[in-house]
Design a protein around this ligand. Structure first.
Ligand SMILES: Cc1cc2nc3c(=O)[nH]c(=O)nc-3n(C[C@H](O)[C@H](O)[C@H](O)COP(=O)(O)O)c2cc1C
Length: 271
């Protein structure tokens, strides 16, 4: 039930809701009318774009004036992007659960194809769980090394190196001692699964950076998951889900004092 309603006292018949509807199902008949609710994306553009707060939809009713937006400046955004570093050293402490929840809730505002909002966020919210996952992952990989069952090639080399580092130095080359992990996945039928899972994590990463949290895209754990699918059960990821990616995060035990130089960007300019 879409429950598209117009407050006729407020509506100024500007047509913005109709012009902005991605499905093209709102038309003006003096007041706006939704023609085919079944095709609504539930994107809430009609609600968001209305300059006078006349549109209610999906149980959402505008409440008076919204506070003025305080957007980060372009210079602040550039700093956020150029100062972000992969963090491989973490403090052995939990990030407050309320902050983690807030970051995930905000990250789920990232765009998704057809507004499917189908990304499932698996969150390791306690470092004790991370310890269990670390031990189990390295134990399973160690057994595979001993049985000669790691695949040939780069995956086998990297994971073999991680097992050696763990056994000889107690060094965690897979999770880097991070207290938390965020892993995205999607159930079957999500229209743009490959894109959605990564956009959500990239959004989370920048947001986490703005809170002075460190992050690391964890390709090593993705390799471990590929060779030990049993680890999915430990993470309670449904068998039919397509895996996205894993992102480690936590309070950094390292500080970076300057941004690095990248680029020039490889560009293909048309004008
Ligand atoms: C998809 C992806 C997977 C990655 N996997 C790992 C990893 O498993 N271990 C690691 O130490 N770094 C990993 N990284 C971090 C990259 O090595 C890092 O982004 C790169 O060296 C640039 O450094 P910067 O992020 O500090 O700018 C990964 C990065 C990406 C984007």
């Amino acid at each position: 039930m879409i429950d598209f309603r117009i407050d006729s006292e407020k509506c100024i018949q500007c047509g913005e809701c109709a012009a902005d509807c991605p499905a093209g199902i709102i038309f003006m008949n003096d007041l706006p009318v939704m023609s085919d609710e079944g095709r609504c994306y539930r994107c809430l553009h009609c609600y968001s774009v209305c300059p006078v707060g006349a549109v209610s939809i999906l149980g959402l009713t505008p409440e008076g004036g919204e506070p003025a937006r305080d957007l980060p400046s372009p210079a602040q955004m550039k700093d956020l992007i150029t100062w972000r570093r992969s963090v491989r050293r973490y403090r052995d402490e939990n990030v407050p659960a309320a902050l983690i929840d807030e970051l995930v809730e905000t990250a789920c505002h990232a765009p998704t194809g057809v507004n499917a909002q189908g990304v499932v966020f698996t969150v390791v919210r306690d470092k004790a769980f991370m310890d269990t996952l670390r031990r189990e992952t390295l134990k399973r990989l160690g057994s595979m090394v001993d049985a000669g069952k790691l695949p040939d090639g780069l995956v086998g080399q990297y994971l073999g190196f991680a097992v050696r580092a763990w056994r000889t130095e107690g060094r965690d080359a897979i999770f880097r001692g991070a207290p938390h992990m965020l892993l995205t996945s999607t159930s079957p039928g999500v229209p743009c699964p490959v894109q959605d899972v990564h956009i959500a994590l990239a959004t989370f990463e920048l947001l986490a950076s703005s809170h002075s949290l460190g992050t690391l895209w964890d390709g090593m754990f993705m390799m471990a998951l590929a060779v030990c699918p049993e680890l999915r059960e430990t993470l309670r990821i449904p068998a039919d889900h397509a895996l996205g990616y894993a992102l480690l995060f936590g309070r950094p035990a390292v500080q970076y004092h300057r941004p690095v130089r990248r680029g020039p960007a490889k560009v293909n300019i048309l004008e």
